[in-house]
Write a protein that binds this ligand. Structure first.
Ligand SMILES: Cc1cc2nc3c(=O)[nH]c(=O)nc-3n(C[C@H](O)[C@H](O)[C@H](O)COP(=O)(O)O)c2cc1C
Length: 159
């Protein structure tokens, strides 16, 4: 029998940073606060990005096959707070956020440490999230700084 409490306590010790995953579908752009992200290969450069199946962004990644990750800086908790709200409830999250479109067409947050853009090369649709494997096809650095850690926000996503 799985010890539910132990599972939650120990899984929440996995360290995470916070990103805004930028997505698009045709002309439409959207984004969400992401934490279940890590590098998965050097050559080719791959990252994994685990995306909630009932989110708007999930449908948009499935449709377009691309996503971006903007790396938030320590102190940008408000930005993370804005993007964890679902688009179907709050509408266009980019309305008052400065961004530009990268070569994939995905939105990149101007006020961030930098970004990667990915093309989806695989996906594992198990459980309530899909593990998207993305090949990094573009990257940029906006400025130097420390990344916003999940721990520093006092929030939890996981367990
Ligand atoms: C701290 C934190 C971390 C999160 N990490 C992820 C994540 O890694 N993957 C994910 O799909 N959703 C994650 N979410 C939830 C999404 O941000 C949330 O479902 C969002 O509303 C989806 O937006 P959309 O429906 O407009 O696509 C996280 C939320 C919080 C508060």
């Amino acid at each position: 029998m799985l010890d539910e409490q132990a599972k939650t306590t120990i899984l929440r010790k996995i360290p995470h940073a916070l990103y805004i995953c930028g997505v698009k579908d045709g002309e439409e752009v959207n984004g969400f606060t992401a934490s279940w992200v890590m590098q998965a290969s050097f050559k080719p450069p791959l990252v994994v990005n685990c995306v909630k199946q009932d989110s708007k962004s999930h449908a948009m990644i499935e449709a377009s096959g691309v996503f971006s990750l903007s790396f938030l800086e320590d102190g940008q908790k408000e930005m993370a707070q804005k993007f964890f709200k679902p688009q179907r409830r709050v509408g266009n999250k980019f309305e008052d956020v400065e961004f530009y479109e990268g070569e994939t067409g995905c939105p990149i947050i101007s006020d961030s440490l930098g970004y990667v853009e990915c093309r989806v090369v695989g996906s594992v649709p198990q459980g309530d999230h899909t593990v998207f494997v993305g090949e990094v096809i573009a990257a940029g650095v906006h400025r130097d700084g420390e990344i916003l850690s999940l721990e520093s926000t006092g929030w939890n996503y996981g367990g």
